[in-house]
Design a protein around this ligand. Sequence first.
Ligand SMILES: *Cc1c(COP(=O)(O)O)cnc(C)c1O
Length: 436
Amino acid sequence: MNGGVNGGVDDRLNDMEAEALRLDATDPLPALRGDFHIPPAPGGPYAESAYFAGNSLGLQPRSAARWVNEELDDWARLAVEGHTQGRRPWVDYHEQAREPLARLVGGLPHEVVAMNSLTVNLHLMMASFYRPAGERTRIVIEDTAFPSDSYAVRSQAVHHGLDPERTVVRLRPRPGEEHLRTGDVLGYLEREGRHVALLMLGGVNYLTGQLMDMPAITEAGRAAGAAVGWDLAHAAGNVPLRLHDWDVDFAAWCSYKYLNSGPGAVAGCFVHERHVRDPAVPKLAGWWGTDPATRFRMAPEFSPPATADAWQLSNPPILALAPVLASLELFDRAGMDALRARSERLTAYLAARLSRVAGLEVVTPADPAARGCQLSVRVPDAAAVAGRLAAAHGVVADTREPDVVRLAPVPLYSTFHDCHRAGTALRAVLDHRPDG
Ligand SMILES: *Cc1c(COP(=O)(O)O)cnc(C)c1O
């Protein structure tokens, strides 16, 4: 399967492959790979791809089609009656996501809701919790924030009549360093905290894979008098979260990355109970946020329940919520803590394999406590490298221009053998790199 290489290298590869297969056979939490559709390999010697792009779009659970088809079927059979007579009536369909989402992010059930998409939820949260006043106007994000978050916070500043250049502060790593130091974030809050209205960072950075110290930063941000929100796009379903205990003000995440719920799937949102209980917290309102007991009286007064549901605007897209329920079932079956333990084993194995590949630099922190499953590697011409990984080896990774390839071994469906394939393929691709 590696035609053209000499016998010694072949033997070593065979030994490494045997080791990977042994790790797969003996892992205390074997992959639930059989519960997912594994895409065929775009190239290379294996039928299935070694899929490392679950940080961008998670794989489809085999059960997702059944969940979606049941709703299509209820719509066909029952039409409007499906709101109340369906197998899972649509009028309170979103409530089925509540308990599993609460378990996933460490929230209380009345602190979480599945709704909208991520950037929309960030705006809804900022409408409630970004309340610039007096000298306290700043929004603090990380310099490597995802662009949607950068646009969102700048537009919030403008929305409040503020200059985004002066209002949005982008925290940078020290010169020559890749990651924000927790101590530097805390130092900023100590020095400048009285100016900070909102601190909103990514729990796991989409580019570097750095896992932030969410409890320490949340505590310091709140102590400085700021609201603290987390973008958990790359953290939900990747690392264990304790949002309630950490006293986070709000958080939002999408469901199509580690939550495997399909492109554009309904996102999630967390609002701490101290806020859901407080009717004085201002919020943008819609009819799905009012008390379901009185919603259909069609009265003009908004009377929200003391739950995160109060932030809902519209009745949810059932067809985009059904796969979320299918996926959450798998997380409940495996358990987030067991998944994290498996994730640490997989990522450590991949990191060890990558450390033996000349010509690449791992950008993600080496400390397992400071990363999720993703490893970002810096290579010359990331797009060309990822293209050859897929075409010649069936290894699917994604890239961030110009020089980062991101590899996410996802504990639900990735295997040690996938990691072996990634290590072997990267080595082959970088060894045979044409000049320039
Ligand atoms: C993926 C991602 C988004 C995407 O936002 P959508 O509103 O779901 O399109 C936003 N922020 C971060 C940090 C992300 O990783």
